[in-house]
Write a new protein. Structure first.
Ligand code: PLP
Length: 233
């Protein structure tokens, strides 16, 4: 109760219920997405049911498939690894650094040098034979990980970057003399609005991205993937 005192939460909930539009078709979800865009500076925001689903969807869209590996740090909430597992992919842990407790750029670079092999434009782990499909740094406790260095490595190796920004709403990294919100360095990133997060919707999550193709796919897949057809339903 304390968390919602001095907010408009109760007014919004009663407005929502009185309007009858209690599903995602109501105006509040769109308003929430717009607010997150304005606040973070993201071009697009797509609300989903929780942070785990957001991360799973982000990974699916950037092309993670069954039996592929996704690099993540071992210090995170278990949901990061769960989202990878939910796709049938395999979590591949690389250590954290001690200043910000995020994925360590040096360990990442060293690991890739040790295991990576290039085959037809794609990076494989030569010891397991599996493709390395994505890198997922986590901004733990809202502390930005060393995302600028991590991004450089992901670009150098041509591995997609998805930031787990579940805990990092309101966290900014300096980039080219400006502040850039966590989650806007990767191809697509995710936020959580669970009860223990910066702000809460009870349960909820969001993808943020500046990429219109990713936005389209996320919107399509998060709303039952319905395609136009002579029969409306
Ligand atoms: C909370 C959290 C998630 C998952 O979000 P849910 O909304 O609880 O599914 C994912 N990653 C991290 C780092 C988190 O803290």
């Amino acid at each position: 109760r304390r968390d919602f005192i001095n907010t408009n939460a109760l007014n919004y909930v009663s407005e929502c219920i009185l309007s009858g539009w209690v599903s995602s078709a109501g105006k509040f979800v769109n308003q929430f997405e717009d607010s997150i865009c304005r606040y973070t500076g993201s071009k697009y925001a797509i609300a989903v049911s929780n942070g785990t689903v957001a991360l799973r969807l982000a990974l699916l869209i950037i092309g993670v498939k069954r039996e592929e590996e996704v690099i993540l740090p071992p210090l995170s909430f278990v949901a990061t690894a769960n989202a990878i597992s939910h796709l049938g992919a395999i979590p591949h842990f690389v250590d954290i650094e001690k200043e910000r407790l995020g994925l360590c750029p040096l360990s990442l670079e060293n690991r890739l040098k040790e295991i990576a092999i290039l085959k037809e434009d794609k990076i494989y782990n030569k010891f397991t034979g599996r493709r390395i499909a994505a890198i997922v740094p986590v901004h733990v406790f809202g502390i930005p990980s060393k995302i600028i260095e991590i991004k450089k490595i992901s670009e150098k190796w041509n591995i997609p970057l998805v930031e787990d920004a579940a805990e990092a709403l309101g966290s900014w990294e300096t980039f080219e003399d400006k502040f850039k919100h966590c989650g806007l360095f990767g191809d697509v990133s995710t936020i959580s609005f669970n009860g223990n997060k910066i702000i809460s919707t009870g349960g909820g999550g969001m993808l943020i991205t500046n990429n219109p193709d990713i936005e389209k796919k996320a919107r399509h897949l998060s709303t039952t993937a319905k395609v136009n057809h002579p029969w409306e339903f």
